[in-house]
Design a protein around this ligand. Structure first.
Ligand code: ZN
Length: 256
């Protein structure tokens, strides 16, 4: 090799590395901003379409609606969503997630049963022009290692369990992530504020609601007036309010 070619070769190598290394070394993860909140609504309650979704739209908030055909979903179309309403919420930009066919606790099911109950909702979504869900909430908050394996095999990215703390993407398994707030009839605005105040330093507040109101399940009812107050708190605090699927950029590479 003559002395004139050496610098050119070095430069070529330098550019080659410059092109490769930064992409390989830069972690493909964003730290969650302070005030990042995920809204989730379980159990396919009619008030999700008639009251919640329009109000969220007014506020510019995202959310995930976790759909089950359990309870009296198939018979009672006054208190439970229709699939047309679910499709309309998808069309409005909200996420439709999987809450299983029959709302059975996964800890009492075999893997094949869990898979079948997931697949039922997936197929119903596709039949109605809704993408196959990629996020899940555990019926009754019961988890099981087998369910987590099935969810992962079927391509699910996030699954919300119970609990009462913020989600830390650096430490928590996204397939058993905790909720920071679970709206009940006696929940207070102070508890709500305390939950969202924990959404900082890369941690995320995932909030659980059922019907607003929830006529059929009064033990998980949220009063509509109180719900409006919760949303006003989120707005005043400058929270970024998103659907569960929108958490993907905040997962560390090993958990993607
Ligand atoms: Zn449920």
């Amino acid at each position: 090799m003559d002395s004139m070619r050496l610098p050119t070769l070095c430069l070529s190598l330098l550019f080659a590395f410059a092109g490769v290394l930064p992409a390989a070394e830069t972690p493909a993860v964003s730290k969650a901003p302070d005030g990042l909140v995920v809204l989730t609504f379980d159990d396919s309650v009619a008030s999700h379409a008639t009251f919640v979704a329009p109000l969220l739209k007014q506020h510019g908030f995202g959310a995930t609606f976790y759909i089950t055909e359990g309870f009296e979903f198939l018979q009672d179309k006054e208190h439970y969503l229709t699939w047309e309403q679910i499709k309309a919420m998808h069309d409005a930009g909200f996420e439709v997630g999987n809450h299983t066919r029959a709302h059975k606790g996964v800890n009492s099911q075999k893997p094949a049963e869990i898979a079948a109950d997931l697949e039922h909702i997936e197929k119903r979504c596709v039949e109605h022009g809704i993408p196959v869900p990629t996020t899940f909430s555990y019926p009754g908050y019961a988890t099981s290692p087998a369910a987590t394996v099935v969810l992962r095999e079927r391509g699910y990215r996030f699954a919300r369990a119970g609990g009462a703390r913020v989600f830390d993407p650096a430490k928590d398994d996204p397939l058993t992530l905790p909720q920071a707030f679970d709206s009940k009839p006696d929940s207070t605005l102070e508890q709500f504020k305390a939950a969202i105040a924990q959404a900082r330093d890369g941690k995320i507040a995932v909030l659980t609601f059922h019907g607003v109101p929830d006529i059929r399940h009064p033990w998980v009812n949220t009063d509509p007036g109180k719900f409006e107050a919760y949303l006003a708190v989120l707005k005043a605090a400058g929270c970024k309010v998103i659907a569960m699927r929108d958490l993907a950029p905040y997962l560390p590479p090993a958990k993607k």
